[in-house]
Write a protein that binds this ligand. Structure first.
Ligand code: C5P
Length: 232
């Protein structure tokens, strides 16, 4: 899998997104479109950014009955995105249905990755709210294994979990890791972070970087720094 830096375009409108991306006159970054932008602007924003030459990770985290997810994935696949995702908690049957829906008539499909447990879910909430008694790490690894068995390409995980995921699911199983910060940067609300260089060392396949690039005084320079540390 090609190592790359994915910029989280966590903007509320088309205008804000284009203003940001207009600064990138050379290399076209791989970008992540999340729920906020997608729900604000609809599928047209995906078509427009794709037409401008960006690779797109559509981060909508689907979770529903298998039939609904299958049909929705077919729609997302026709948007020609490069990567999309779902919640592994929807079961293996749901993940298998998603893959079926995502596969285009010519056999190609976007990379499909699973969210295991959200990093916002604490071990206490796992037990108290979700009634899951197993330790968080075991739950995350078990869900990753389920995703692998269902035929998915990988998982979103903390960079601190990437090595264990590769050990359990194989080197080719893709790890997409947010929670990346520069050594001299502000952590914001992220708690468990790694630098791009550390993420490269532990074997992340893709890093997802938001505010260290979007809120930088010079976003293009911050992006190039990520590329230099993580890819080159
Ligand atoms: O600004 P920052 O670099 O923290 O953005 C990280 C991006 O990755 C955000 O879009 C956030 O929603 C997403 N993400 C995350 N942690 C996860 C899953 C997704 O930070 N476990």
């Amino acid at each position: 899998m090609g190592k790359d830096v994915i910029i989280a375009c966590d903007f509320a409108s088309r205008e804000a997104t284009l203003n940001f991306l207009d600064q990138f006159t050379g290399r076209k970054p791989f970008i992540k479109i999340g729920m906020e932008l997608y729900y604000a602007e609809g599928p047209q924003i995906v078509r427009e950014l794709k037409a401008r030459g960006h690779k797109i990770f559509l981060d909508l985290k689907l979770h529903d009955i298998p039939n609904t997810v299958k049909k929705s994935m077919a729609v997302l696949s026709r948007l020609d995105v490069d990567m999309t995702n779902l919640h592994a908690g929807g079961t293996k049957a749901m993940m298998e249905a998603a893959l079926e829906g995502l596969t285009r008539p010519d056999g190609t499909r976007p990379i499909l990755i699973a969210v295991t447990q959200l990093t916002s879910t604490s071990p206490e909430a796992l037990k108290r709210d979700l009634l899951i008694d197993a330790p968080m790490e075991e739950v995350v690894m078990h869900y990753a294994q389920n995703a692998k068995e269902a035929g998915l390409d990988g998982v979103v995980c903390s960079p601190l979990e990437a090595e264990a995921v590769h050990t359990r699911c194989g080197r080719d199983f893709v790890t997409v890791t947010p929670g990346v910060r520069f050594a001299d940067g502000d952590k914001g609300d992220q708690v468990r972070v790694m630098t791009p260089a550390q993420a490269k060392t532990i074997g992340s396949d893709y890093i997802v970087v938001g505010r260290p690039i979007t809120a930088a005084a010079d976003p293009v320079a911050a992006y190039e720094r990520c590329i230099a540390e993580f890819v080159d």
